[in-house]
Design a protein around this ligand. Structure first.
Ligand code: FES
Length: 104
Protein backbone atom coordinates (compact mmCIF):
# COMPACT_ATOMS: atom_id res chain seq x y z
CA UNK A 1 0.00 0.00 0.00
CA UNK A 2 1.89 3.09 -1.13
CA UNK A 3 1.92 5.94 1.35
CA UNK A 4 2.39 9.42 -0.05
CA UNK A 5 3.80 12.40 1.81
CA UNK A 6 3.30 15.82 0.27
CA UNK A 7 5.87 18.13 1.82
CA UNK A 8 4.74 21.30 3.56
CA UNK A 9 5.00 24.41 1.37
CA UNK A 10 4.93 27.92 2.79
CA UNK A 11 2.03 28.16 5.20
CA UNK A 12 0.47 24.92 3.96
CA UNK A 13 1.13 21.90 6.16
CA UNK A 14 2.32 18.52 4.96
CA UNK A 15 -0.33 16.03 3.83
CA UNK A 16 -0.47 12.26 3.82
CA UNK A 17 -2.39 9.77 1.73
CA UNK A 18 -2.68 6.00 1.50
CA UNK A 19 -3.23 4.73 -2.05
CA UNK A 20 -3.85 0.98 -1.77
CA UNK A 21 -5.02 0.56 -5.36
CA UNK A 22 -2.70 3.13 -6.91
CA UNK A 23 -4.31 5.57 -9.33
CA UNK A 24 -4.08 9.10 -10.67
CA UNK A 25 -1.98 11.37 -8.49
CA UNK A 26 -4.18 14.35 -9.35
CA UNK A 27 -7.11 12.65 -7.63
CA UNK A 28 -5.03 12.03 -4.50
CA UNK A 29 -3.92 15.67 -4.47
CA UNK A 30 -7.52 16.82 -4.69
CA UNK A 31 -8.65 14.43 -1.93
CA UNK A 32 -6.06 15.56 0.63
CA UNK A 33 -5.79 19.20 -0.53
CA UNK A 34 -2.08 18.75 -1.18
CA UNK A 35 0.04 21.86 -1.70
CA UNK A 36 0.49 21.11 -5.41
CA UNK A 37 -0.73 23.82 -7.81
CA UNK A 38 -2.73 22.86 -10.91
CA UNK A 39 -3.95 24.76 -13.94
CA UNK A 40 -4.58 22.96 -17.26
CA UNK A 41 -4.54 19.37 -15.89
CA UNK A 42 -3.65 18.19 -19.39
CA UNK A 43 0.18 18.21 -19.68
CA UNK A 44 0.26 21.66 -21.28
CA UNK A 45 1.28 24.30 -18.73
CA UNK A 46 3.78 22.78 -16.28
CA UNK A 47 2.12 24.34 -13.23
CA UNK A 48 1.95 20.95 -11.49
CA UNK A 49 5.65 20.15 -11.96
CA UNK A 50 6.75 18.08 -8.96
CA UNK A 51 9.91 16.42 -7.73
CA UNK A 52 9.66 12.84 -6.47
CA UNK A 53 12.08 12.84 -3.53
CA UNK A 54 11.45 9.17 -2.69
CA UNK A 55 9.58 6.40 -4.47
CA UNK A 56 9.95 7.42 -8.11
CA UNK A 57 9.82 3.73 -9.03
CA UNK A 58 6.31 3.51 -7.57
CA UNK A 59 4.89 5.47 -10.53
CA UNK A 60 3.90 4.26 -13.97
CA UNK A 61 6.27 5.60 -16.69
CA UNK A 62 5.28 8.99 -18.13
CA UNK A 63 3.07 9.14 -21.21
CA UNK A 64 4.52 10.65 -24.38
CA UNK A 65 2.74 13.97 -23.68
CA UNK A 66 4.09 14.11 -20.12
CA UNK A 67 7.61 13.15 -21.23
CA UNK A 68 7.58 15.86 -23.92
CA UNK A 69 6.66 18.60 -21.43
CA UNK A 70 9.12 17.30 -18.83
CA UNK A 71 11.87 17.61 -21.46
CA UNK A 72 10.91 21.25 -22.03
CA UNK A 73 10.74 22.01 -18.29
CA UNK A 74 14.25 20.60 -17.77
CA UNK A 75 13.57 19.92 -14.09
CA UNK A 76 15.45 17.87 -11.53
CA UNK A 77 15.83 14.10 -11.87
CA UNK A 78 12.63 12.24 -11.00
CA UNK A 79 10.41 15.21 -11.77
CA UNK A 80 6.88 14.50 -12.98
CA UNK A 81 3.62 16.27 -13.76
CA UNK A 82 1.17 15.75 -10.90
CA UNK A 83 -1.75 16.01 -13.34
CA UNK A 84 -0.45 13.05 -15.36
CA UNK A 85 1.45 10.74 -12.99
CA UNK A 86 -0.13 7.43 -12.01
CA UNK A 87 0.81 5.61 -8.81
CA UNK A 88 1.25 1.83 -9.06
CA UNK A 89 -0.58 -0.45 -6.67
CA UNK A 90 1.57 -2.14 -4.05
CA UNK A 91 3.69 -1.31 -1.01
CA UNK A 92 6.08 1.61 -0.73
CA UNK A 93 6.65 5.20 0.33
CA UNK A 94 6.50 8.27 -1.88
CA UNK A 95 7.60 11.79 -0.94
CA UNK A 96 6.73 14.73 -3.19
CA UNK A 97 7.36 18.47 -3.37
CA UNK A 98 6.49 21.07 -5.99
CA UNK A 99 9.56 21.88 -8.10
CA UNK A 100 9.15 25.60 -7.62
CA UNK A 101 8.36 25.50 -3.89
CA UNK A 102 10.63 27.48 -1.58
CA UNK A 103 13.24 25.36 0.19
CA UNK A 104 12.53 24.79 3.87
S1 FES B 1 -1.63 21.26 -14.54
FE1 FES B 1 -0.81 21.94 -16.45
S2 FES B 1 0.68 20.44 -16.88
FE2 FES B 1 -0.25 19.69 -15.05
Amino acid sequence: MPSIEFEAVGLLSEKWAEVPEGGDLVDVCDQVLAAIPFSCRSASCGTCHIEILEGADLFEPPSEAEADLLDLLDGPPNSRLACQARVKAGPGFIRIRPVNAPLR
